[in-house]
Design a binder for this molecule. Structure first.
Ligand code: 13P
Length: 258
């Protein structure tokens, strides 16, 4: 049984005071973390160091929402994954649909960023997902396969510390999550697609779901067999909601998972 993952994507929210209050709230609600479910928060870049300090020895890990595809050099405005690592980050989200939509990121860049993150010792959380139009025209699997194959054109299954996130674009920030059946169907598709490359890796790869996960739908989504956790946006900005979702994930996890 795989370990589970709950990752909070804080997007472009927060300030020094509200971040401190949120983490203190999360720590108070959490009490003693359970090693079966890893808990990660991803603040905006300027607050990485603050969050690394605030979560020290708490069992909560820290990541960022994006990195450069280079480790260093003349790349004005970019942030190296090595810098993230040095400041206490362990994870980075890669290829989030908001970056595809607003920053013009494409599949190839996602693959290069994932590789740079791995080279720097970070765990990439690689996001894939279709738009509403792609789903409506029956192209979901074609799109997911293209995104996945592009990423694995750069990274290898030998890189065993990778998390895959299925985030359908139509479910992000809309309040309408994918149904548990859709989530299961797409996670199963992704796992099978990766199994073509490496069966053992596919069986162990954490595949988490993101898109309007909240307290009211977390249990049904997490009960699906191919769901290894959640990537949470707005509900991660509320300590009680985030930790209630964490407990739902914990409750869906057998005692032997670690
Ligand atoms: P919401 O949970 O706000 O829909 O955001 C999901 C997301 O984009 C996580 O990366």
């Amino acid at each position: 049984m795989n370990k589970k993952w709950l990752i909070g994507n804080w997007k472009m929210h927060g300030n020094l005071a509200s971040n401190k209050a949120l983490i203190e709230g999360i720590r108070a609600e959490l009490g003693q973390p359970d090693e079966r479910v890893a808990l990660v928060v991803c603040p905006a870049f300027p607050y990485l160091f603050q969050l690394a300090e605030l979560t020290r020895d708490s069992g909560i890990e820290v990541g960022v929402q994006n990195v450069s595809d280079h480790l260093q050099g003349a790349y004005t405005g970019e942030t190296s994954p090595l810098m993230v690592k040095e400041l206490g980050g362990s994870f980075t989200i890669i290829g989030h649909s908001e970056r595809r939509q607003y920053q013009g990121e494409n599949d190839g860049l996602m693959g290069r960023k994932a590789l740079a993150a791995i080279d720097a010792g970070l765990i990439p959380v690689i996001c894939v997902g279709e738009t509403a139009e792609e789903r409506d025209s029956g192209r979901t699997h074609e799109v997911l396969a293209r995104q996945l194959d592009a990423a694995f054109g750069y990274i290898r299954t030998a890189h065993d510390k990778i998390i895959l996130a299925y985030e359908p674009r139509w479910a992000i920030g809309t309040g309408i999550a994918a149904t548990p059946e859709i989530v299961q169907t797409e996670h199963e598709f992704l796992r099978q697609r990766i199994a073509i490359r490496d069966k053992d890796f596919a069986a162990k790869l954490p595949i988490i779901y993101g898109g309007s996960v909240k307290v009211s739908n977390a249990t049904s989504i997490f009960s699906m067999p191919d769901v290894d956790g959640g990537l949470i946006g707005s509900a991660a900005l509320n300590a009680r909601e985030f930790i209630t979702i964490y407990r739902e994930l914990l409750n869906s996890t057998p005692a032997e998972a670690a």
